[in-house]
Design a protein around this ligand. Structure first.
Ligand code: SF4
Length: 466
């Protein structure tokens, strides 16, 4: 057993949004005090920075993002000085709605939860506190410290998923995007570091590692080191019962080798998110994107041929400057032809300092709205049809939340925070046997899909994971 010092850990909570958030934060602060954390008024004095966010209206979202960025700066400054804030944790409505985007765009975020997850936040922070204690103890004894997550594993904490960053920045030059100017050049996180963190997360009870970066397919390229395919092989060979999910692959950099790894490694979920942004060659050129409509169709066909069960997710931008009705209908035809499992749409927004903000032919907001609604309406039908194809089939599902009446779980085709879920009513669940007891986040069960909706499906549990 590692020697653990009784550490003083200072915590600062920032609350944004409605009175409910104020109440939640007050409740959380009292829990932290009861656990021996020290609340501090000044963010600059804290070891842990917590932000309770609001995501309802645009101004509130902006305020939350600004605050997270401000605290990320504090964390960076203090981190480089060796003392001060070590963790930036975000929760609440904005985190629930835009979790993946936030972790993708603000890599300083160390942990992210939705709403009503106070218990998990407290458990996580207790894990950090124990790590601090173990490190301090180990320093005095001249030993290496146990990882945070090994400490967190002691109370038996089980977490259904965690984001794992494998790179920062971006070298692409998409003309609508501010990321490269904010985040800088693409830098892969060294292979050893990524694998160590993956191992720590799995040992701490995380069931699903979600690999993120602005573009994960560029992993290792700038150093001519490991490739994404090689990294995935190594990660999949780590011991433990866990899954790996891949978000944000750049279409023209998906190699046959990478598809082979996804197809053959059981731990890698058959799900990929390839933001295509558009389908029409002229718009793609103006966007500074590589590839053509023809190449994208060939790529998607190839992926489905090699991995027939693959769930494909993408995102598109509508209303890019000069997008005509003809371009838009080309995009709609493309979507109807491919029938993506999941699809997100953004309305083009002029970001200061980007080349596309200065392009001629800016599209009026009402036209963007109409194009957005049309694609979302069509995709709802496609999604419903695809969900109906699942009825009667059985899949492993990871439990995210469970209470007395309902269990919310996810199939391989559901990324957390972005896609739908499988909803399981407690009625009809076994009254005896291994599934009779309370289920908790991180449990894996076998589910049969019994009904389909636009984005969610309804399921029943038929047994433990096989
Ligand atoms: S949109 Fe383009 S420039 Fe922006 S992060 Fe993605 S690949 Fe990089």
């Amino acid at each position: 057993m590692e020697e653990v010092e009784n550490m003083t850990v200072k915590i600062h909570i920032t609350t944004l949004g409605c009175p409910k958030n104020t109440v939640d934060s007050g409740h959380l602060a009292r829990r932290f005090e009861a656990e021996g954390f020290i609340p501090v008024e000044e963010s600059g004095e804290a070891d842990i920075l917590l932000v309770n966010t609001c995501g309802f209206v645009r101004d509130a979202k902006e305020e939350s993002v600004d605050e997270i960025l401000r605290l990320a700066e504090i964390k960076k400054e203090q981190g480089s000085g060796g003392e001060g804030a070590k963790s930036l944790l975000v929760f609440g409505c904005l985190a629930k709605r835009y979790g993946a985007e936030l972790t993708q765009e603000i890599p300083e975020i160390d942990g992210l939860w939705g709403v009503s997850e106070e218990e998990r936040i407290v458990e996580y922070c207790k894990g950090l506190k124990m790590r601090e204690g173990a490190e301090a103890g180990a320093k005095r004894a001249g030993k290496a410290a146990a990882p945070a997550t090994a400490s967190a594993a002691e109370p038996g904490l089980m977490i259904s998923y965690a984001y794992l960053k494998i790179a920062e920045g971006c070298d692409k030059k998409c003309t609508f995007c501010v990321i490269p100017s904010i985040r800088g050049r693409f830098r892969s996180i060294p292979r050893d570091e990524v694998l160590r963190e993956a191992g720590d997360l799995v040992r701490s009870g995380v069931r699903e590692l979600i690999l993120v970066a602005q573009d994960i397919t560029s992993y290792g390229k700038e150093t001519a080191g490991s490739t994404l395919a090689a990294l995935l092989r190594e990660m999949a060979s780590l011991p433990g019962d866990f899954f790996i999910r891949l978000l944000y692959l750049y279409p023209t950099e998906i190699t046959d080798e990478l598809l082979e790894v996804i197809a053959t490694e059981d731990k890698i979920l058959k799900y990929i998110d390839i933001p295509l942004q558009h389908s029409e060659d002229r718009i793609l050129r103006l966007m500074g994107r590589r590839g053509t409509r023809k190449e994208y169709l060939r790529l998607l066909r190839n992926i489905r041929r090699r991995i027939p069960s693959i769930a494909l997710r993408t995102t598109f931008i509508v209303g890019f400057p000069s997008e005509t009705e003809e371009d838009f209908h080309g995009l709609v035809d493309f979507i109807e032809e491919v029938r993506f499992d999941r699809l997100g749409v953004f309305k083009f927004s002029k970001e200061e300092g980007t080349p596309s903000a200065a392009l001629k032919g800016q599209v009026p907001e009402r036209v963007k709205e109409r194009r957005y609604d049309e694609i979302m309406g069509r995709q709802a039908l496609i999604s419903l049809e695809r969900n109906r194809e699942l009825v009667g089939k059985r899949f492993p599902a990871v439990v995210d939340e469970a209470d007395a009446e309902v269990v919310i779980a996810r199939l391989y085709s559901h990324a957390p925070e972005i896609d739908g879920a499988v909803i399981i009513e407690r009625d009809g669940m076994p009254a005896a046997g291994p599934l009779a007891g309370p289920l908790k986040a991180g449990d894996v069960v076998t589910v049969e899909v019994v009904d389909a909706y636009d984005y969610d499906v309804k399921g029943k549990i038929i047994g433990p994971a096989s």
